[in-house]
Design a binder for this molecule. Structure first.
Ligand SMILES: NC(=O)c1ccc[n+]([C@@H]2O[C@H](COP(=O)([O-])OP(=O)(O)OC[C@H]3O[C@@H](n4cnc5c(N)ncnc54)[C@H](OP(=O)(O)O)[C@@H]3O)[C@@H](O)[C@H]2O)c1
Length: 197
């Protein structure tokens, strides 16, 4: 499951969706939600807020719903869903005010993960749900995130500390997948050793 750190547009996601109407409806609802939050996020443009919410929240919801549906259709009762969240879904970072809205979407992922866990239990399903909440990972994320910031570059961040690598996150995925049936990993919080907050 993927997400948006910035810059990319919702229509790309829409182009990949077979169920256009559901995503479109979701976008309309997200626009309202973003507008209602505007006074708190003075620098977030409506269209950016909408597309970030669509990709980080709605796309995750739709992928999750489709995955559960597919597993149910194929009588798979021991599947595993993994939401990629963030340390930003647990706290606001100290030195990144521009991350406030992004973190809001990840707080929502946290609630949705717990909500899905409860729904699956209510359905008496053995499909398990878990999430991974990384701190700073060396990907293209910060290139997108800082693209309008003249004061900082992604390379500055990565030269200031040894960030997590994609393989470190892959290890967390494997840990979740290898868990025996009686173990449901709920969330893995993992940050670089040098990341203070
Ligand atoms: N890197 C970090 O420090 C960090 C920390 C915490 C959490 N995360 C989370 O980890 C996840 C993956 O991020 P990453 O670090 O791998 O970032 P990334 O290198 O920027 O990759 C983002 C991925 O999302 C895809 N994507 C973005 N917008 C899309 C759209 N509108 N439609 C379809 N695909 C779209 C991109 O596709 P293309 O390759 O086609 O552009 C890319 O594969 C995200 O959920 C992010 O919030 C990252």
């Amino acid at each position: 499951m993927t997400g948006r750190s910035g810059g990319l547009t919702a229509p790309r996601m829409i182009g990949q969706q077979k169920n256009l109407e559901r995503l479109h409806d979701g976008c309309q609802r997200c626009a309202a939600a973003a507008l209602s939050a505007q006074s708190s996020f003075v620098r977030e443009k409506d269209d950016t807020a909408c597309s970030r919410t669509v990709v980080n929240v709605m796309a995750l919801c739709i992928c999750t719903q489709e995955a559960v549906k597919l597993m149910q259709e194929k009588n798979i009762n021991d599947g595993q869903i993994i939401h990629i969240s963030s340390m930003g879904g647990h706290r606001l970072p100290a030195n990144m005010p521009g991350a406030n809205f992004y973190c809001g979407t990840k707080f929502m992922v946290k609630a949705l993960t717990e909500g899905l866990r409860r729904e699956l239990k209510a359905l008496k399903s053995h499909i398990r749900i878990g999430s991974i909440s990384p701190g700073m990972v060396e990907t293209e994320f910060f290139d997108h995130f800082l693209k309008n910031d003249p004061t900082r570059k992604a390379s500055d961040l990565f030269s200031s500390m040894k960030a997590l690598q994609s393989d470190d996150i892959a290890e967390s995925v494997l840990y979740i997948l290898r868990a025996p049936p009686h173990v449901e990993v709920h969330d893995i919080l993992v940050r670089p050793y040098d990341q203070a907050l």
